[in-house]
Design a protein around this ligand. Structure first.
Ligand SMILES: [Zn+2]
Length: 135
């Protein structure tokens, strides 16, 4: 049974992750600059018809976005570490306790899923079971 991805495949995943990290970096910079634009509007306070409620809402939304993106970024960095230590792409449940892993055929998370969700740590089956507290 195949229980590890080849070096070539890992290199491909790594490239994909680095690309995502770059995208997120760009998005965060954009959000940050729009946040600071907004706060200068706040300090200014000159425009009378300025809808402060909407602005506050925008700022809050942006901060939420930033925290969500930075969580994702942390997870992608963890994924990079797993590539380096060779455990990337192997279902986490399998690593913890091979008997409990319900991934069909192999504990390897399918390549397509890893390319789409590079921070995935479990196979879909195990992920769903964990969500339902069955693991
Ligand atoms: Zn599994």
């Amino acid at each position: 049974m195949k229980s590890k991805y080849s070096k070539a495949k890992l290199a491909k995943f790594k490239k994909n992750i680095l690309q995502k990290i770059e995208e997120i970096d760009g998005t965060m910079k954009n959000i940050r600059s729009s946040v600071s634009d907004n706060s200068s509007l706040f300090l200014d306070g000159s425009s009378e018809d300025h809808d402060e409620g909407t602005e506050a809402h925008e700022v809050e939304k942006n901060f939420l976005l930033i925290s969500r993106e930075s969580d994702y970024l942390t997870n992608l960095e963890k994924a990079l570490q797993r590539i380096d230590d060779g455990s990337y792409g192997i279902c986490e449940v399998y690593i913890e306790d091979a008997e409990k892993c319900e991934c069909p055929e192999s504990p390897l998370i399918p390549e397509e899923r890893l390319l789409e969700v590079p921070n995935a740590t479990k196979g879909v089956f195990c992920k769903e079971k964990k969500k339902l507290n069955l693991l």
